[in-house]
Design a protein around this ligand. Structure first.
Ligand code: G
Ligand code: G
Ligand code: MN
Ligand code: NA
Length: 252
């Protein structure tokens, strides 16, 4: 079976999983949210990386249905978190083809209303490629979502081919500093780009979150730069829902 047919079949048979990685305040180390990340288990007990299958699912148009399912899982997860007294954000990744669906914002609103989840607790992570694709439509869509309460973060910030002019036009809440600008600091990278993104965020009134934080030295420099939030293996890896709940109950 080709990879995409296998993916479609496994999705239909309910074999895909959504894992969650905590996001923390760099100041207090409180957990302020988690990112929903797709996982595709294969027969040999390994997982096929989303870096491989998400682009395939995008090309095949399958990401629209999978993305809707991920959003629903994220809503269920957010309600579970409320249930243990942790009313934190759940962030969901969104691809270009999902934004092209007619009435995309309305579809999100309908899903959140159906699940009775607080829109302020669901965040969308969009890449620069989403933003640069038909910028006018994207601005209107994000504005409609913001009015409803859903916040938006730019994912992998600084790795795309976008112009900075769009940043002023978009109703954003966060910039996610890509792991590329974190992985070699402080020894083999002075942190110039991370510094720039944090300053840019501050001037635009946006929070900044650094991803891929693996060492205390990285965290220390990011804190010194004024970065607000962090996500990375040093704090917690992505994990299945039940593990996340156990982790949160014993955290601190
Ligand atoms: O979890 P991991 O770092 O392997 O994920 C790699 C990439 O896969 C992420 O950066 C993200 O862009 C993408 N990805 C993971 N889950 C989803 C999802 O639910 N939807 C979309 N569109 N992309 C996802
Ligand atoms: O959507 P995005 O591409 O930002 O997804 C984040 C990806 O980064 C996920 O696939 C997640 O597994 C991965 N990730 C998260 N924290 C770390 C980390 O500390 N180190 C590395 N190498 N990868 C990480
Ligand atoms: Mn992301
Ligand atoms: Na990223």
């Amino acid at each position: 079976l080709g990879l995409i047919r296998q993916l479609r079949q496994d999705f239909e048979y309910g074999k895909l999983e959504v894992w969650y990685q905590p996001q923390l305040s760099l100041d207090t180390l409180e957990i302020i949210g988690c990112e929903a990340l797709l996982r595709w288990p294969s027969d040999n007990g390994h997982y096929i990386s989303p870096a491989i299958f998400v682009p395939l699912a995008e090309d095949a148009g399958l990401i629209v249905d999978i993305g809707q399912w991920v959003l629903e899982q994220a809503c269920l997860q957010q309600k579970k978190l409320v249930g243990i007294g942790m009313d934190i954000n759940v962030a969901v990744n969104v691809s270009v083809p999902q934004f092209k669906v007619a009435n995309y914002a309305q579809g999100i609103k309908d899903t959140l209303l159906a699940h009775k989840v607080d829109p302020k607790k669901i965040e969308l992570e969009v890449t620069e490629s989403v933003v640069m694709d038909e910028i006018g439509v994207v601005i209107d869509t994000l504005q409609e979502l913001k009015e409803f309460g859903v916040e938006v973060a730019i994912d992998d910030f600084g790795t795309g081919f976008s112009s900075l002019s769009y940043l002023q036009k978009l109703p954003l809440a966060r910039l996610k500093i890509d792991r590329a600008f974190v992985k070699d600091i402080p020894d083999n990278d002075s942190g110039a780009i991370a510094d720039l993104v944090v300053s840019l965020g501050r001037h635009l009134g946006l929070k900044t979150i650094a991803e891929g934080v693996e060492t205390q030295a990285q965290a220390d420099l990011l804190k010194q730069l004024g970065c607000d939030e962090v996500q990375g293996f040093m704090y917690a890896k992505p994990m299945p829902s039940n593990e996340l709940m156990a982790f949160l109950k014993t955290y601190k």
